[in-house]
Unconditional design. Structure first.
Length: 318
């Protein structure tokens, strides 16, 4: 059942991307306009969503689930950064595709795909786990992610702390812990902006990949390798680690957190793999190819990996 729900939802998002391709081919939206809308999604929609999902009553059980989710997301990014280093070595010949590929292998499109997938499979309450993932992912992308792309490899802490995802998640968590509710008018506005979280970025993605050479993309075996690491390799490693640590048995809500984590890390290459190289001088077109191919393949891999996780937890004596 969960496989059908996830496959259907991924199919919807793929159609949204197809709309983006169509409007680009017809000249309705330019690549430059798509990049401007990408900034709108990054600086307005994502923070609005992160604040909005934390506007809920405090419950100790949910607080424990949030803490576990944050721990697992942090572990995943540390683990992924270590495991991908030998898989995507720096070539030193001026070709930065290895750095973009490594960034793509680590970076999950959880923000724009994970939320609707979790909602379809697990209900509205699961959105909060995606919000936690987005917040910590933003710390990753503006630290190690930027290091991969920058020639000097420097981290600028101001960029991390002031990134939209970190600010939005921090504000959302603070309001949640203090149980501060926003006025209805503001909350309704955030709700409308949050509703754009999936459709707009997926259409933007379609616009950005519309000019790619399809045949060249499908023939590049290196793209398939990166997509395999992103969609199958790292998710299975993380699932195995959680099962070995018997995380599903830690408390009553832990199995839900584990399933949410599996869905999050199984999403295709994040659109950040296009946006960040554009900003820091990397091969953005190569990132766009990774996004396109991995999103196509994720129609099959996300339901399969999530179903495997559900089956493994049902078999285990947790």
């Amino acid at each position: 059942m969960i496989a059908q729900k996830l496959a259907g939802q991924v199919g919807v998002m793929f159609l949204l991307m197809a709309i983006g391709v169509f409007i680009r081919k017809k000249g309705i939206v330019s690549v430059e306009s798509a990049r401007q809308f990408s900034n709108f999604a990054l600086f307005i929609i994502t923070p609005s969503l992160l604040v909005n999902v934390f506007q809920r009553d405090f419950h100790p059980e949910m607080a424990a689930s949030i803490a576990l989710s944050a721990l697992l997301v942090a572990v995943f990014h540390l683990l992924a950064a270590l495991l991908t280093r030998p898989l995507f070595p720096h070539r030193g010949d001026g070709d930065d595709r290895s750095a973009v590929a490594r960034l793509g292998a680590i970076s999950s499109n959880c923000g724009f795909m994970g939320i609707p997938l979790m909602t379809a499979a697990m209900g509205e309450d699961s959105m909060i786990f995606a919000a936690i993932y987005i917040g910590i992912f933003n710390i990753y992308i503006w630290s190690h992610g930027v290091m991969l792309l920058r020639r000097d490899g420097r981290i600028r802490w101001k960029e991390i702390l002031l990134s939209p995802g970190v600010l939005g998640a921090s504000l959302g968590v603070l309001l949640y812990l203090l149980q501060i509710r926003l006025p209805g008018l503001l909350l309704d506005t955030l709700g409308f902006l949050s509703g754009m979280n999936t459709p707009l970025p997926m259409v933007i993605t379609g616009v950005l990949i519309a000019d790619l050479a399809v045949g060249e993309t499908l023939r590049d075996l290196r793209l398939y390798f990166t997509a395999f690491v992103r969609l199958v390799g790292l998710p299975l490693v993380m699932l195995g680690l959680m099962l070995l640590a018997r995380v599903p048995g830690w408390f009553d809500g832990a199995p839900t957190v584990v399933l949410a984590m599996v869905i999050s890390v199984s999403c295709p290459v994040a659109i950040s793999t296009v946006m960040m190289p554009t900003r820091f001088g990397g091969d953005a077109q190569y990132g766009a190819k990774l996004v396109a191919l991995s999103t196509l393949l994720s129609i099959f891999t996300i339901p399969a990996v999530a179903s495997l996780a559900q089956w493994a937890m049902a078999q285990g004596n947790f």
